[in-house]
Design a protein around this ligand. Structure first.
Ligand SMILES: CC(C)(COP(=O)(O)OP(=O)(O)OC[C@H]1O[C@@H](n2cnc3c(N)ncnc32)[C@H](O)[C@@H]1OP(=O)(O)O)[C@@H](O)C(=O)NCCC(=O)NCCSC(=O)C[C@@H](O)CCCCCCCCCCCCC(=O)O
Ligand SMILES: NC(=O)c1ccc[n+]([C@@H]2O[C@H](COP(=O)([O-])OP(=O)(O)OC[C@H]3O[C@@H](n4cnc5c(N)ncnc54)[C@H](O)[C@@H]3O)[C@@H](O)[C@H]2O)c1
Length: 694
């Protein structure tokens, strides 16, 4: 876990060897302690260099070890001992020095970093703080205003383009005769601005606004205050207390769970050329995603004028995107055409035409004729049967859904929809292409709405039922935003556009001329149905783009949502028309009904084998709907609330609303409760039917 050798006759070289990122696991800490002991007691050794194997200094504490009882030498005394040692220690930093890795570097008396090295404290993203003296030492090294502006100022003693370890060894030899006292960062006094309190208060306000309810950033500010106002030994104690609170919090568990869930969900591993058919809202963004990673793109439209519009839009997006990333726009990768015959040699096609099965089938039949036999045929349908499309081609095994989310060049989530006949290689190729484009790709089964949209329905339904019963859009949104969503369901719907759902409801016979005239009021297809969303759309209110939806906006495309008296009137008229007595609805009921219905559908999806594991569902909601990361995703959240409680509350709500099937607890939820409530990671073991590819 760490290699110890003597180089240049007098420098002890300690190399951390814990792939892939040399995380400071208990074994690594053990090995560092042992090596340091050897180096400090060996009279031949005059200086020490610490580096990491395979291009990484150290990725920090081994996060996996946080899930069990803490073992091995604690980091704080180990690091204090390195700093207090009487021989100069130099950190040779290549790759990452993150979290505990950066803390290790900070106790070294000198730091040599490769120009491409990344140093930092990402702990807040894991719900904790740098708790091995990091908050106390970094502030002492660079001062508080610097810490607020940049973490890079004054941190390293030399930046090199060469092998950092070799440079560090030479540096260590020169450092031997120099005094060490001023190199011990914990002995320095933190440089503070005169208006420290005002600065920290302002940062606290900003953090509370930006990340409401999230604990770790606030704890970091308290640690900064300690570094500014306390001696090191007290400051480190305070850092430890703050860590203990965070470490045992549900937020830390949720965020660490998210870290690994994101990587687990992405575990899938050649595409040089691709085609995109349809340059509308989605097609443009998808074309940009492909070109951004160097894939040449043939873009197809149905008419000359539309092709030209699409071309201009794509070029504009590419140029803005390239400017933002400081690279040149890859316009030479594009060819624009009206003819599918130009696609004969491409490796992969993504169909992005209107959501119309007959049209999509015609496109797939044509592709089958023109594309070479090995070309993968993908569809961006948001809900149609991928297997029905595969069925009209000569290569059903090479057909797969690649479901991007709007705006496609921004949203991280990609659902890879596996049809029953999609081959493993096809799925793997789509997954790895997603990863290459920087997406978080999740393989899902082929069911209506797939995973994200299927789960969204009961969530939105609950919100609209709550409107009928007495709540307002702003009350519901506030409850969900207090829970941690950046936007409540109605603000989010106004942003996405209300017309899409309206069209889907019409096509499903839920409103419009296809509705069964015998349907009782507020019931469709045998279940409760809220007419309010259709009434809003009938007034031409489609959300932000029309200047009004659930809220009013100052202009078309405006983003500043204000409560609209017109919606208030509509709700009152509706309730009195249908004899509904409005009642006071608590925030708890809002959150429970929306989120438990969401999770309940997730259990149903797992049970149907349409998602491989709860982690996949959580990742879909983290990256495809802005579920608050510190809550871990809907399935993890349900596990934190306690499955027994979720079950009881769903039973309670279903009893009160028997005409809402989505509130009826899913059999899988009941099974998990009956078999002793296993942790999320073990739920998969209780699922009987699993999609063959998941
Ligand atoms: C490093 C990265 C930037 C690399 O990114 P890249 O894209 O190249 O690769 P991946 O992200 O896919 O990662 C590859 C692979 O490596 C795994 N991995 C990465 N980092 C770690 C890690 N730190 N630990 C374990 N595993 C790691 C990753 O999972 C992948 O593996 P896979 O499973 O997919 O095969 C990038 O990975 C990255 O950003 N990593 C995280 C970096 C980070 O956040 N570091 C900080 C860690 S936390 C820390 O260091 C805390 C310190 O301050 C020390 C604290 C000491 C105190 C500890 C205990 C105090 C207890 C409190 C008191 C309790 C009291 C009580 O209970 O009573
Ligand atoms: N808009 C979204 O938020 C969203 C999100 C995910 C998935 N989707 C899915 O993506 C697909 C496209 O949606 P959109 O919102 O981009 O629609 P859109 O109406 O904005 O664009 C569709 C484009 O396809 C073009 N087209 C139609 N027939 C064609 C043909 N035969 N050859 C070439 N081009 C043709 C049209 O001219 C139009 O430019 C749909 O299946 C939709 O369900 C949409």
């Amino acid at each position: 876990m760490a290699r110890y050798e003597l180089v240049k006759r007098s420098v002890a070289l300690i190399t951390l060897t814990n792939p892939p990122v040399n995380a400071s696991s208990s074994a690594v800490r053990h090995a560092i302690a042992k090596s340091m002991k050897c180096a400090l007691s060996d009279p031949e050794v005059t200086a020490v260099v610490i580096c990491g194997e395979n291009g990484s200094f150290c990725g920090g504490a081994d996060i996996r070890e946080f899930a069990g009882p803490l073992k091995g030498p604690p980091l704080v005394p180990l690091l204090d001992a390195i700093e207090a040692g009487e021989k100069p220690v130099v950190a040779a930093i290549e790759g990452v020095a993150l979290g505990g890795g950066f803390e290790l570097a900070l106790v070294c008396h000198y730091r040599i970093a490769h120009s491409k090295a990344r140093l930092g404290f990402p702990e807040v993203t894991l719900g904790i703080l740098p708790a091995a003296g990091g908050t106390q030492r970094l502030l002492r090294l660079i001062g508080i205003p610097a810490a607020a502006i940049s973490l890079k100022l004054g941190i390293v003693d030399q930046v090199t383009e060469q092998n950092a370890c070799e440079v560090a060894v030479e540096f260590a030899l020169r450092a031997v005769a120099k005094p060490l006292l001023s190199r011990r960062v914990s002995m320095l006094t933190t440089r503070c601005p005169p208006d420290l309190d005002a600065l920290l208060d302002a940062v606290t306000m900003q953090v509370k606004k930006k990340a409401p309810g999230v604990m770790a950033p606030l704890a970091c500010i308290q640690a900064v205050r300690a570094a500014a106002t306390m001696p090191y030994y007290k400051g480190i104690k305070r850092e430890g207390e703050l860590m203990a609170t965070l470490f045992n919090s549900g937020q830390a568990w949720a965020l660490q769970y998210c870290f690994f869930a994101q990587r687990t969900a992405g575990k899938w591993t050649l595409i040089r050329s691709a085609a995109v058919i349809g340059l509308g809202t989605m097609g443009r963004g998808i074309a940009v995603c492909l070109a951004r990673v160097g894939i040449s793109v043939i873009a197809v439209e149905s008419e000359k004028k539309l092709l030209e519009t699409g071309r201009q839009m794509v070029i504009g997006m590419l140029e803005r995107d390239a400017k933002r990333r400081g690279v040149s726009a890859s316009l030479n990768l594009f060819k624009f055409t009206l003819s599918l015959h130009d696609l004969k040699d491409v490796d992969l096609v993504i169909e992005v035409v209107f959501e119309d099965m007959a049209l999509k089938k015609r496109v797939f039949q044509e592709l089958s004729k023109v594309c070479r036999p090995a070309t993968l045929l993908c569809t961006n349908t948001s809900g149609l049967d991928v297997d029905a499309l595969a069925g009209v081609t000569d290569r059903p095994h090479l057909v797969v859904g690649m479901h991007f989310f709007s705006p496609a060049h921004v949203m991280k989530l990609l659902e890879v929809v596996c049809g029953p006949r999609s081959s493993s290689e096809t799925i793997a190729t789509a997954m790895s292409l997603g990863k290459r484009m920087g997406k978080v790709s999740v393989a899902v089964g082929n069911c209506p709405g797939f995973v994200r949209n299927r789960m969204l329905k009961p969530y939105i339904d609950q919100a609209t039922f709550l409107l009928e019963e007495g709540a307002t859009p702003e009350q519901i949104d506030k409850a969900l935003e207090d829970f941690g969503f950046a936007m409540g369901v109605f603000r989010m719907s106004d942003l996405a556009g209300l017309d899409v759902g309206w069209r889907v409801r019409k096509e499903s016979g839920l409103n419009g001329s296809d509705v069964d005239p015998e349907s009782p009021p507020r019931r469709r297809q045998g279940r409760r149905y809220c007419l309010i969303p259709d009434m809003v759309c009938e007034q031409g209110r489609f959300g932000q783009k029309t200047g009004g939806g659930w809220y009013m906006y100052d202009k078309r495309g405006g983003t500043n949502a204000k409560p609209d008296p017109l919606i208030q009137n509509l709700l009152e008229t509706y309730r009195s028309k249908y004899g509904i007595q409005p009642r006071n609805i608590s925030n708890q009921e809002i959150v429970e009904r929306c989120l438990f219905a969401l999770a309940n559908e997730g259990f149903g999806i797992l049970e149907d084998g349409m998602a491989a594991r709860p982690e996949d569902i959580d990742v879909i909601y983290l990256f495809g709907y802005g579920f608050p990361r510190h809550r871990g995703g809907p399935m993890f959240y349900a596990s934190m609330v306690g499955l027994e409680r979720v079950l009881k509350r769903l039973e309670h709500y279903h009893q009160a609303h028997p005409d809402v099937p989505h509130l009826k607890p899913s059999p899988l939820l009941k099974t998990l409760v009956a078999c002793g409530i296993p942790p999320v990671q073990k739920w998969r073991e209780h699922i009987k039917t699993m999609h063959s590819h998941l």
